[in-house]
Design a protein around this ligand. Structure first.
Ligand code: URA
Length: 240
C-alpha cells in the first residue's frame, strides 16, 4: 500500500512539473473513478489506481516495463539523427519519465524492444553476465547452407573481438532465412556474424528475449504494451 498526493502522482507518471500537475487538477482535468478531483493535496492509494487526464484513462505504474514492436526506420538512440526515435511511438509522458530502450536494435531491425524507466532493471537486463538469450530471424542475401549454420554455431571471428563469437542456437528456416539465438549482445552482432561467415543480412527481426516471445504479446509493428509481473519473469535465461 502506498499513498501519494494527486499532484505527486501525476508528476511521477510524467504529466509535467509539480506546478503544471497542480494546475491540471485545479482546472478539473483529472478524474478518479469518474469523479473530478480538484484538490491536488488529496492523498490517494496508488496500488491498482486508474486515473483520467484530459479524458484519457491511465494506470498508475511505479515503474514502466514495456515492449514495443519496433518498425524499421526508427532509431533507438537518445538523439536520433536520420530517422525518428522509438520514443516517438510511446505516449509523451513516458519520455518525461526517462523511459529508454534496454539495449538497442539497428534502425532497420524490426521486432521486440524492451523499454523501461527502472535503472537497476535496465542495467541487470543489459548485463552480458546474465547471458539472456535474444532470438533473431535473419533474411540472408545468399542461401542458408549447412556450412553457414555450422560456422555460426562453432564461432566466427569479428575484427574487434578477442574471441570468436558463437550462436547459442542456429537453424535454417527457409532458403534465405535462419533463426539465430545469441547471448552476447555485441554491436551489429547478427549482421557482422553473417558477414564474417560469408553471407549478408538483408533483413533482421528480434522475435524473443529470454522466454518471452513477441508473438505471445500480439503486437503489430508500432504497437506497445505494458508487461505483467509474470511476463517480466520470463526475461531470463532458460537455465534459471
Ligand atoms: N544484431 C544486429 O546486427 N542488429 C541488431 O539490431 C540486433 C542484433
Amino acid at each position: 500500500m502506498s499513498k501519494l498526493s494527486l499532484d505527486r502522482i501525476l508528476q511521477t507518471q510524467g504529466f509535467g512539473t509539480r506546478k503544471y500537475c497542480r494546475g491540471l487538477v485545479e482546472d478539473g482535468e483529472v478524474r478518479i473513478n469518474g469523479e473530478v478531483i480538484e484538490n491536488y493535496k488529496s492523498t490517494i492509494e496508488t496500488e491498482g489506481l486508474k486515473f483520467t487526464v484530459f479524458d484519457e484513462e491511465w494506470d498508475y505504474h511505479a515503474h514502466l516495463y514495456l515492449v514495443l514492436h519496433k518498425p524499421a526506420n526508427f532509431e533507438c538512440s537518445r538523439k536520433p539523427s536520420h530517422h525518428p526515435g522509438v520514443l516517438t511511438l510511446l505516449p509523451e509522458q513516458f519520455t518525461w519519465r526517462d523511459v529508454q530502450p534496454v539495449g538497442r536494435l539497428d534502425h532497420d531491425t524490426t521486432g521486440m524492444l524492451l523499454m523501461s524507466d527502472d535503472g537497476p532493471f535496465i542495467h541487470a537486463q543489459s548485463s552480458p553476465k546474465r547471458h539472456i538469450p535474444k532470438v533473431y530471424v535473419a533474411t540472408t542475401a545468399e542461401p542458408v547452407t549447412d556450412e553457414l549454420v555450422a560456422q555460426l554455431l562453432s564461432g566466427v571471428q569479428l575484427h574487434d573481438e578477442p574471441e570468436p563469437l558463437a550462436a547459442k542456437i542456429c537453424r535454417r528456416l527457409d532458403d534465405n532465412q535462419l533463426e539465430i539465438i545469441l547471448e552476447q549482445g555485441k554491436y551489429h552482432q547478427v549482421k557482422r556474424m553473417l558477414a564474417a561467415a560469408g553471407n549478408h543480412c538483408a533483413a533482421l527481426s528480434r522475435t524473443a528475449i529470454g522466454q518471452l516471445s513477441l508473438t505471445s504479446l500480439g503486437l503489430k509493428e508500432g504497437e506497445w504494451c505494458y508487461l505483467t509481473t509474470e511476463q517480466i519473469a520470463l526475461l531470463v535465461p532458460d537455465s534459471l
